[in-house]
Design a protein around this ligand. Structure first.
Ligand SMILES: [Zn+2]
Length: 280
């Protein structure tokens, strides 16, 4: 979603807000020197340039700075070699997140913090991609579409035994295999792989609920987690009901496939409270 908004120049940077008639200062909230549009925020701001240099991506920045539109910018990034492309997209997303925090009055994260978070998410993304490739090799693990009036959510998580850190990600698609939404995040402390997978399911479902998807087939790669979620009084179900204030039904279709049905009315309510979660 973030990349889509970047390509369509619809991110709520100051100049875009002013263009829509919202009364606001248009100065960049990071350097306070020039007006904030996407070109300035991501490629020309002196604060952003420090990060590009720290990541040894100055040559990419210099090229992207010349783009005339969001669409051209994203097209050029897509032409980069895969690893560099991932780094650039993740950096843009992390920078947008750091900018939002600074815009809300927090201190801007340091260059080294931002670069570390880029490395972390890059590792997560590439691990997920490798896992997906391995699974794709097995014909039995091929993705199957949901029924026509359902959305299919695939969730995966990773866990590092030494650091006790973990990561999660999800992809939402419709019955025609059209990509609708994806997201990823990290956990600073998790006890084991099963907890990482369970938390990944919860975080993914939180986002899905916000998007208003109410008929869901959710696939995990852990049958233990699938069984745990559908056991009587399970915590995931209770937490989701708590967050949404609506009832939902979770049924185990097979060991790793869950059917989740929720009340449709929560759609507009949750949209109105978009918490600007960190999603790509
Ligand atoms: Zn600036």
């Amino acid at each position: 979603m973030f990349i889509w908004r970047l390509a369509h120049n619809s991110l709520p940077v100051k100049r875009n807000l002013a263009r829509r008639g919202i009364k606001t200062e248009t100065a960049c909230p990071l350097c306070f020197r020039l007006n904030e549009d996407c070109g300035h925020l991501f490629f020309k701001c002196k604060k952003a340039k420090q990060c590009w240099r720290a990541m040894n991506l100055e040559h990419v920045r210099a090229d992207l700075e010349l783009c005339k539109s969001g669409e051209e910018t994203v097209a050029r990034i897509l032409n980069l070699e895969q690893h560099e492309q991932n780094r650039v997209f993740i950096w843009l997303w992390r920078w947008w997140s750091a900018r939002n925090k600074a815009n809300d009055g927090s201190k801007l994260a340091t260059v080294s913090d931002i670069c570390s978070s880029v490395s972390f998410y890059l590792l997560e993304l590439e691990q997920l991609a490798t896992n997906c490739k391995d699974k794709a090799k097995s014909p039995s693990a091929r993705w199957r579409p949901p029924p026509a009036d359902y959305y299919k959510i695939n969730v995966d998580a990773s866990y590092h035994e030494v650091s006790k850190q973990g990561g999660w990600g999800f992809v939402a698609r419709d019955a025609n295999d059209i990509f609708l939404e994806g997201g990823a995040g990290s956990f600073l402390h998790v006890a084991d792989a099963q907890q990482a997978e369970t938390l990944g399911v919860l975080r993914s479902l939180e986002r899905i609920v916000e998007l208003g998807m109410t008929r869901i087939i959710l696939e995990t790669d852990s049958s233990t987690v699938g069984r745990a979620i559908t056991s009587p009084g399970n915590i995931i179900c209770q937490l989701l009901q708590f967050f949404t204030g609506r009832s939902l039904t979770i049924t185990l279709q097979d060991s790793m496939l869950l059917e989740i049905l929720m009340d449709r009315e929560l759609y507009s309510q949750r949209q109105a409270h978009d918490k600007n979660l960190l999603f790509i």
